[in-house]
Design a protein around this ligand. Structure first.
Ligand SMILES: [Fe+2]
Length: 139
């Protein structure tokens, strides 16, 4: 599975959109590397890039949420924390077993589909709250 960027994924906050694109690109790089049968070392480095970037992105996004006083911050952070655990567990399994069909399946569902859903359902709420805050400030 690879994720194709579409306007549906655009939340309208430039830094968030840029980081989401980067995140999706890192996910696609890993999935493509698995599909073409790259060596374990290369796969692991693609995986490390994805994990590191996820942590960085979530921390930036959480900082933004706190800055705007996003009311669902703690719930949203819990979702992020859960995802970080999922990715870390998958990474451990991946390092042990390599790109088995079972683990690629888990990646598609637990990482790829999760990201799409999270952006559309949860990050959109952050973006709309942020534009609400901005409009209040302007009045
Ligand atoms: Fe998020």
């Amino acid at each position: 599975m690879v994720i194709t960027w579409s306007e549906e994924l655009e939340v309208g906050i430039e830094t968030m959109d840029m980081q989401h694109k980067e995140l999706i690109e890192k996910f696609n790089t890993l999935m493509n590397a698995c599909a073409v049968g790259k060596g374990q070392e290369e796969l692991e480095s693609a995986l490390t890039f994805l994990c590191d970037y996820t942590v960085q992105h979530f921390s930036d996004e959480e900082a933004l949420q706190q800055q705007i006083g996003f009311p669902e911050f703690s719930r949203h952070k819990q979702l992020h924390d859960g995802f970080k655990v999922t990715v870390a567990n998958l990474a451990t399994q991946f390092k042990q077993d390599g790109p088995s069909p079972a683990i690629l399946d888990r990646f598609s569902v637990d990482v790829g589909e999760w990201l799409i859903k999270h952006i559309k359902r949860e990050d959109m709420k952050v973006a709309s709250y942020s534009s609400h805050v901005l409009s209040m400030e302007q009045n």
